[in-house]
Design a protein around this ligand. Structure first.
Ligand SMILES: *[C@@H]1O[C@H](CO)[C@@H](O)[C@H](O)[C@H]1NC(C)=O
Ligand SMILES: *[C@@H]1O[C@H](CO)[C@@H](O)[C@H](O)[C@H]1NC(C)=O
Ligand SMILES: *[C@@H]1O[C@H](CO)[C@@H](O)[C@H](O)[C@H]1NC(C)=O
Ligand SMILES: *[C@@H]1O[C@H](CO)[C@@H](O)[C@H](O)[C@H]1NC(C)=O
Length: 410
């Protein structure tokens, strides 16, 4: 190669690098920085795209901040407010107080984490909720017949839970002499609408609860199971019954729920709601509409400035139900628009529903393709809900220790 050609090649290579590659890599890319692979991005982010929101690929959020893990770190020279995510990674920290040299000697161990207040009632938290959590891209056919139905998610149940989803919406049907998860119509599951036996999904949830002894998972069932004790059998066989939160402890008239720390201590960390009223009597499974209000789902729930209850639910402002669920997804799942739906649109609807629900922030924000966003997406929306619920701030990261309202860090 001649020197001239060599120089040209080097020049083009430099141009190529300058034009295409990102300024950051290897875990240094921050929120909305350009990226080419997930590993370019900081912890808690992944490299995603959103054609309707931004060009190319950028680091966007991958996890919620765990509201049960608000801690204050006492380190050698300062006191810090630290947030850790469900994988125990730090997602943010705020310096509260620098210890002065004249200060009393430190009695506590350095790096000691002190919990702020993780013992609020269950209904004082916001939970990321995946709609049709089981309708996952690439799920192989379990019937031998190719499926002809929509998907609403892209990750496995285990990934959803690991990324911070804490409520799963599942459609349960009688099928093949067992309980299956199907995306069907008319209350009947078919070979072409069946996703898989419910026990597989329940076992993934069991494994998550076993591995994460401080976490609480809520299941919201669109329930078409008529087989007597059909669901109970699945919960028994999958090992989930041991985490059962009993009906007797559920508030019947809009009172606060038990404290999450008590639920964790009692290992009553699985809440199940069914859409079949009779199952409260027959199987001790909570009838959803006795405890929760919910807005319209699908396109009807996406009209800006409107938040009305779905048919089965009491009006949003009925305070005899202490839980509030906000749906925000189209009638037909749309992978490309979901990143927009899950961003400002979702936050706006949460605000609209706050007003409709008599000044109550949602406990559940239900979305399709939960990871898609223009940056913060449903994860940021849940951080906002928890900020509002825990301390009246716009973001859980802004809550100051001891504050219940007003005192927000910038
Ligand atoms: C990021 O990527 C977009 C689209 O690929 C590009 O237009 C922009 O210049 C890049 N920004 C930086 C800072 O590299
Ligand atoms: C946390 O909040 C709950 C509910 O308001 C309250 O009962 C409890 O005493 C608080 N705990 C601490 C340590 O402040
Ligand atoms: C789960 O259900 C399927 C279908 O009914 C069955 O073949 C399988 O044995 C079940 N697995 C367990 C662990 O119960
Ligand atoms: C579920 O387990 C409980 C407790 O072991 C048992 O009493 C009940 O009969 C079981 N029900 C079914 C349907 O398997």
């Amino acid at each position: 190669m001649s020197m001239g050609l060599f120089a040209l090649v080097v020049f083009i290579a430099i141009l190529g690098l300058g034009g295409g590659a990102s300024a950051c890599s290897d875990g240094t890319c921050k929120l909305l920085d350009n990226c080419s692979t997930d590993s370019d991005c900081e912890a808690g982010l992944y490299c995603g795209s959103c054609v309707v929101g931004f060009k190319g690929s950028r680091c966007i959020r991958l996890t919620t901040s765990n509201p049960f893990s608000l801690v204050v770190l006492h380190e050698e020279n300062y006191v810090q407010h630290v947030l850790i995510d469900t994988s125990r990674r730090r997602t943010g920290s705020i310096l509260l107080k620098r210890r002065t040299e004249e200060a009393e000697p430190i009695q506590d161990d350095t790096n000691q984490a002190i919990l702020l207040n993780n013992s609020l009632p269950y209904n004082k938290y916001g939970f990321l909720t995946t709609h049709n959590s089981y309708a996952i891209d690439g799920e192989p056919s379990h019937t031998g017949v190719p499926r002809i139905t929509f998907t609403n998610q892209e990750d496995t149940i285990t990934q959803q839970l690991n990324n911070g989803a804490r409520a799963l919406m599942l459609d349960t049907y009688d099928f093949e002499g067992d309980v299956w998860l199907c995306h069907s119509r008319g209350g009947q599951c078919f070979d072409v609408t069946a996703f898989g036996p419910a026990n597989d999904t329940m076992q993934e949830i069991e494994a998550f609860l076993a591995a994460n002894p401080s976490e609480i998972v809520t299941l919201i069932l669109e329930d078409y199971v008529n087989a007597p004790n059909g669901l109970t059998k699945v919960f028994n066989e999958s090992g989930l019954s041991k985490y059962w939160f009993p009906l007797s402890k559920m508030p019947k008239n809009g009172e606060d729920w038990p404290l999450v720390s008590d639920m964790v201590a009692a290992n009553e960390r699985l809440l199940v709601f069914t859409s079949k009223a009779s199952k409260e009597q027959t199987e001790g499974i909570a009838y959803q509409w006795n405890y929760m209000v919910e807005n319209q789902y699908g396109d009807g729930g996406m009209k800006q400035g409107q938040c009305t209850n779905r048919g089965e639910s009491a009006p949003l402002n009925d305070r005899t139900k202490s839980l509030v669920l906000v749906n925000y997804f189209g009638s037909i799942p749309n992978k490309w628009l979901s990143c927009q739906y899950n961003s400002d649109d979702l936050l706006n609807m949460l605000r609209t529903c706050y007003t409709a629900a008599d000044s109550r922030w949602a406990n559940f924000a239900a979305v399709d393709y939960y990871k898609r966003s223009e940056g913060g997406g449903a994860f940021q929306a849940v951080d906002t809900l928890n900020g509002k619920l825990l301390c009246g701030c716009d973001d859980i990261h802004a809550c100051m220790p001891g504050s219940t309202s007003g005192a927000c860090s910038p």
